[in-house]
Ligand binder design. Structure first.
Ligand code: BES
Ligand code: ZN
Ligand code: ZN
Length: 503
């Protein structure tokens, strides 16, 4: 691969060994992190801590267990970090508080840490482990100076974290820890893909990633190259890739469990536009660099499938990733062009920047016809319009089955990767009716763009009774504590894996 980047140890980051300890914590340990939810009685708990570690801790008297509030108290031989989790702390707050703590304090943390988690809900153990490891995620993929004078926590060898749990069910605890760790490593893979610049992240690069991931984690991967796409008639995907020097491809991923306890077959179809400059209907140059993340739907789904394999879930999952670069070139598709598609239906191109729905048209139809999945889900950074509607706090869900919608919405709440349902009514069908072809890709109107895009994709699902479409344009990147600019979130991975677990 033509990059200095090593997939397994991103940026030479070293991750701590996390282990579980059962029973009372030893108060003479050298460095202890005490996560504290802002629940009834937490003040009493704090008093107990101060009693154990000396009462002279003025600073800590101000501590109110707010979300991401942290205070360090120094007892005789012990350093204690109080970490607030806020009110109503759930998985998302645990992950973010721990990620923030480890990311911002990494320069100061010692090699051996203990976490006092005896009084916490054991179900958040995976979130704690997940947050710790993500705290080490480093976006500086291509910085050349990698030898710091004073290595921080994630650059030191042999760092250890012991999590103290009191008397708990050890099997469940070990399982949760395993899940949290696997999730973090799979998420970092997906984040690396999204954060990767467009000159490196060609369609072939994504295909190579899938091939390697499949080999490593035990699932099957096939790639349809341009020749195969032509032979099999994926004209819509081909039409979007025509303006680029990098050929489009369709990445097929297939995870078959050793013993499937769930007989359902689920297909994931992802939008994998490695860069979206709009094509001939060119975007303006404001923030265009963010369009390297236009493969975030596919990225999240590829990460989710790797995670399914890492966890060995007992359900069959198929991935169909529609990968192309939407660029300008002499051969690029023009507004007004009409072409066919895998389904046989013809498409009139009104705006070449509405490319995602066009590649997904072939993806959903291909998944449906070739794999006959019980459930068909596509995920895409599809429209700016859903960002206008929901901002950066939730993805838009479009779904033709109530039970499926409820399950996805619930997984959104469970994981904090939230979804909000939008309508799929036929009242909006007019938006995609074309004078010259079966459908057109854009209504020409600056309204209800997210719904119109969903109605377009719906045509190519060929009435699949259990179809969901997730438009997560606002969720793929997030500004925050972990990078100066917006950076990848791996949105959708925890949501989809939680969904599969509860199916
Ligand atoms: N990739 C964009 C959508 C997008 C916008 C993702 C902002 C992330 C952040 C998509 O291909 C696009 O360009 N959509 C257009 C469609 C329009 C031309 C009909 C949009 O939403 O403006
Ligand atoms: Zn576009
Ligand atoms: Zn796009």
């Amino acid at each position: 691969m033509n990059t200095p980047f090593d997939f397994n140890t991103p940026n030479n980051t070293k991750f701590p060994q996390i282990s579980l300890k059962f029973g009372q914590i030893d108060v003479s340990l050298t460095e202890i992190i005490i996560p504290i939810p802002q629940e009834k009685g937490y003040e009493g708990f704090l008093d107990e801590i101060f009693y154990n570690y000396g009462k002279n801790q003025h600073a800590s008297r101000d501590f109110g267990a707010e979300f991401k509030e942290s205070v360090t108290i120094y007892a005789e031989n012990t350093k204690i970090h109080l970490l607030g989790l806020g009110k109503n702390a759930k998985s998302k707050q645990y992950i973010h508080a721990f990620r923030w703590f480890f990311h911002t304090k990494k320069q100061k943390l010692g090699e051996n840490l203990s976490i006092y988690a005896q009084d916490l809900d054991i179900n958040f153990l995976d979130s704690i482990a997940n947050g710790i490891l993500l705290g080490g995620y480093n976006i500086n993929l291509y910085k050349t100076d990698k030898s710091p004078e004073t290595p921080h926590f994630f650059q030191k060898e042999n760092t250890n974290i012991d999590i103290f749990l009191g008397e708990n069910d050890r099997n469940i605890a070990e399982k949760r820890l395993f899940e949290g760790i696997q999730t973090a490593f799979a998420q970092m893979e997906a984040m690396n893909l999204v954060n990767q610049p467009a000159n490196i992240k060609t369609p072939q690069y994504l295909a190579n990633w899938a091939i390697n991931s499949g080999k490593e984690h035990g699932y099957k991967v096939d790639v349809l190259d341009k020749k195969a796409l032509k032979e099999q008639g994926l004209h819509a995907l081909l039409a979007i890739g025509k303006g680029s020097q990098h050929d489009p491809c369709l990445i097929l991923m297939h995870y078959v469990p050793k013993n499937a306890t769930n007989p359902k077959k689920v297909a994931f179809v992802g939008k994998g536009i490695t860069f979206d400059m709009g094509g001939i209907s060119i975007k303006d140059n404001q923030n265009m660099h963010f369009m390297k993340s236009d493969m975030g739907g596919a990225g999240g789904m590829m990460g989710a499938i790797e995670l399914v394999a890492r966890l060995g879930l007992n359900i069959e999952v198929i991935g169909v990733m529609c990968v192309a670069e939407n660029n300008i070139g002499a051969g690029a598709t023009l507004p007004s062009d009409v072409f066919s598609s895998y389904s046989g239906k013809t498409i009139e191109m009104i705006d070449t920047d509405a490319e995602g729905r066009v590649v997904l048209a072939d993806g959903v139809c291909y998944a449906n016809r070739n794999f006959k999945p019980d459930i068909l889900i596509d995920m895409a950074t599809l429209t700016g319009n859903t960002i206008l509607a929901l901002g950066y706090n939730a993805g838009a869900l479009f779904c033709n089955d109530e039970d499926l919608a409820r399950k996805l919405l619930e997984s959104g709440q469970n994981t904090g990767e939230k979804l909000w349902q939008m309508p799929l009514w036929d009242d909006y069908k007019d938006d995609i009716s074309s004078d010259v072809a079966d459908v057109r890709n854009f209504s020409g109107k600056p309204i209800n763009g997210g719904i119109a895009a969903a109605k377009f994709i719906e045509v190519f699902t060929e009435k699949h009774p259990n179809w969901a479409h997730i438009d997560m344009a606002g969720m793929v990147l997030q500004a925050g504590d972990f990078s100066k600019d917006r950076s990848a979130t791996a949105f959708g991975m925890r949501l989809l894996v939680d969904f599969l677990k509860n199916l």
